[in-house]
Every structure is written in C-alpha cells, then in structure tokens.
Design a binder for this molecule. Sequence first.
Ligand code: K1U
Ligand code: ZN
Length: 173
Amino acid sequence: MALLTILEFPDPRLRKEALPITDVDDSIRQLADDMLETMYDAPGIGLAAPQIGVMDRLIVLDCVKEDGEELRPLVMFNPVVVAASDEVNVYEEGCLSIPEQYGEVTRPEVVDVEWMDRDGNAQRERFDGLWATCVQHEIDHLDGKLFIDHLKPLRRQMITRKMQKLKREMARK
Ligand code: K1U
Ligand code: ZN
C-alpha cells in the first residue's frame, strides 16, 4: 500500500478529461487500494484518479462518517450517472485539491449510478444524501470539472485568486 500525492488547483491535470478503463487488472486494483488509503489518510470522503495525476475513469468513496460505524469503501471504474432526481440538495462542499476552501453547491438530491466493480462486474445503485453529493463531485473530477465551477462567479474568482496566490508563494519558498 502507498500514500499518493494529491494535486492542487490550479494544476492543469485537474482540468483534463479522464479516459475509460478497458481492463480491470491487478495494477488498477492496486491503484484503487492506494487511492482509498490516501483518501482515508487525508482525511476525505472521496478521491478521483485525476487528483493523483492518473487520467483513468476511476473514483473511490466512503461517506460513512459516524465513529464506530462499519466502513463502506466503494471503488468505481467508469462510473456514470444514469438518472437524477428533479429535487435538489445544497451542500457546503470542499475538495482535497482545493484545500481549506468551501462553497455551497446545488446538485440533484438522488442519483442512480452505474459502474464496473473491482471484479469487472457491472453495478447499479441509488445514492442519496452525502453519498449522492460525493459521487457527483467525484464524477465531475473525471470530466475536469471542480466544485468551484458550480459557484457564483464572484465566489469562484475569490477562491481561484487565493489558490493562485498560494501557488506563487509556495514557488518562492
Ligand atoms: O474529491 C475530493 O476532493 C474529496 C472531497 C469530497 C467531497 C467533499 C464534500 C462534498 C462532496 C465531495 C473531500 O473529501 S473534502 C474533505 C471532507 O469533506 C471530509 C473530510 C473528513 C471528514 C468528513 C468530510
Ligand atoms: Zn474534489
């Protein structure tokens, strides 16, 4: 197992579209396990492959938040939202690639997602609550989309400028 480095906005790799996975083999299963370890360590509730610089359509998530409740690590290859409710939900989202910045994002409250699991089997499940928010946030990463793209222009600009300034300061150190 290995901890991976999480890319930070405005890294251009976060804006690229990831490619479909054709073969679920041991190397991609190992990558998924390393991503889960990295996500739990961060700590976070989700992680998408482009966030660690791998342009494959792979996400991991576990939105179990209660202490003592059994973990539910999910690994999804080629996830797709196949149905979404008209009802929406507003959640103050964060992102491991945009540290310490938050914003209210409106998304469908309930989504049906299809994906391929670690054994190459097709899966379909309905998600609601934080699971629905998180799976949509992670699938957005696969299309080069970030939660700030859902915010009002002024808030998005504020976060973008803060992150650009932080990057310049880090480069000077
Ligand atoms: O994709 C990511 O950057 C991970 C991100 C997922 C996410 C958070 C909030 C709403 C939608 C999607 C995070 O995990 S940020 C960290 C976080 O939310 C968290 C960390 C520890 C405990 C609980 C939440
Ligand atoms: Zn994110």
